[in-house]
Write a protein that binds this ligand. Structure first.
Ligand code: ZN
Ligand code: ZN
Length: 309
C-alpha cells in the first residue's frame, strides 16, 4: 500500500517509541506491540478517512464552544457513517491478527455490519454519550461479544475523529476551555503532558515550556489546562501536588487527585527525547496504571490496558 509521508513519519515515531519502551520494560510487550501496530494502521488510514467524511452538520461551532458544549456532543453521527464503515473494514484484519482472543466476535460483528444489522454510527453516538448500555437490551450477547463491540466502536470512532479533529482544533484553541473533558468530542483525557520549550529565539529566556495539556482519549485533541487541575472533578490541588512514579523513569508519572481519587498518567516532554506519540506513551505507562490502582485510585477512562478485572 503506498503510504503518505505524514503517516510514514508517524509510523517511524511509533516504532522508535515502542522499541524504547520495550527496551526499558520488556514485560509490557504483550500490550505495547499490538497497540503500536493498531496505532500505525490508524495513522495510515487518516487521509483516506478525510475523503469519506460528510460535511459537518453544524454552523455554530464557536457558539457551542463558548457555551461550554463540545463540538460533537449530542448531534447525529450519520455524517460519519461512511467513514466508520470504511475504518472498520480497514482495521478489522489488523485487530484479528493482533488480538486472537476476539477473532470470533470480530467475525460476527463483520457479518452483522455487512448485512446492515449493525449501524456503527448509531453505536458511536451511544458510546460517546456514555457507553454502550443499550446493547444489553438488544439480542442476548455474550460478555466477550459486548466487550469486543465496545473495542471496535472505540477503535473505529477514534480513527475517524482523529482524522476530523485537526480541522476543528484551531476553533477550539481560540476559546478558553476550562473543562476536564475534550472541547471537540467531550471524552475524558487518556494522558497529560508538560510541553517542550517553544523552538524560538526566546527559548533561552528562563525555562520555557512546561505548560500542561490534556490529550483526549478519543479524538486525540490536546487542550491547555492549569498545572494542578484535575480533569475528573475540575478542582485544583494547589496546596500539594501528589503523584507516583517509577524509580527508573525521568519525566513519567501518574498525577493523583486528593479530592476525587482519580489519576492521570503524565509525561514531561522536557525530559525525554522520545517522539511524542501520546497514545503509545499511554500504553507504555501501563505499569503506573497498575501501581495507581493498587493504591485505590481510578482511571479517568477505561482502556484495554488499564482494566485489570
Ligand atoms: Zn476529543
Ligand atoms: Zn479530582
Amino acid at each position: 500500500m503506498p503510504t503518505n509521508p505524514v503517516a510514514a513519519n508517524v509510523e517511524r515515531e511509533i516504532q522508535s517509541l515502542s522499541a524504547g519502551i520495550l527496551a526499558k520494560r520488556p514485560q509490557l510487550e504483550g500490550i505495547v506491540k499490538p497497540f503500536a501496530a493498531l496505532f500505525i494502521e490508524k495513522a495510515r488510514l487518516a487521509e483516506d478517512l478525510n475523503n469519506q467524511l460528510g460535511p459537518l452538520p453544524l454552523d455554530s461551532i464557536g457558539t457551542r464552544l463558548s457555551e461550554g458544549v463540545p463540538v460533537l456532543c449530542g448531534i447525529s453521527f450519520s455524517f460519519l457513517k461512511q467513514a466508520l464503515d470504511y475504518a472498520f473494514t480497514a482495521l478489522a484484519p489488523a485487530v484479528k491478527s493482533r488480538f486472537p482472543a476476539i477473532v470470533s466476535a470480530i467475525d460476527r460483528i463483520e457479518t452483522e455490519q455487512r448485512l446492515g444489522a449493525l449501524d456503527l454510527s448509531l453505536l458511536a453516538e451511544e458510546y460517546l454519550g456514555g457507553g454502550l448500555s443499550g446493547i444489553r437490551e438488544a439480542a442476548p450477547v455474550t460478555e466477550l461479544y459486548r466487550q469486543s463491540l465496545g473495542f471496535v466502536v472505540q477503535l473505529t470512532l477514534s480513527a475517524v475523529l482523529q482524522s476530523l479533529a485537526p480541522s476543528l482544533a484551531a476553533r477550539a484553541a481560540e476559546i478558553g476551555w476550562d473543562h476536564g473533558h475534550c472541547p471537540i468530542c467531550g471524552s475524558m483525557p487518556l494522558i497529560s503532558f508538560l510541553s517542550q520549550p517553544p523552538n524560538t529565539p526566546s527559548e533561552y529566556l528562563v525555562g520555557g515550556g512546561g505548560q500542561r495539556y490534556l490529550h483526549c482519549a478519543m479524538c486525540g485533541h490536546d487542550w491547555h489546562v492549569r498545572r494542578q487541575f484535575c480533569a475528573a472533578c475540575e478542582k485544583d490541588s494547589s496546596d500539594q501536588h501528589m503523584y507516583f512514579k517509577a524509580a527508573d523513569a525521568a519525566g513519567e508519572r501518574v498525577d493523583i487527585c486528593p479530592h476525587c481519587a482519580h489519576y492521570l498518567p503524565c509525561v514531561d516532554l522536557r525530559e525525554t527525547d522520545a517522539p511524542a506519540h501520546l497514545d503509545t506513551m499511554a500504553v507504555g505507562l501501563a505499569h503506573l496504571d497498575v501501581l495507581a490502582q493498587e493504591k485505590g485510585f481510578h482511571p479517568m477512562v477505561r482502556t484495554p490496558w488499564n482494566t485489570f478485572a
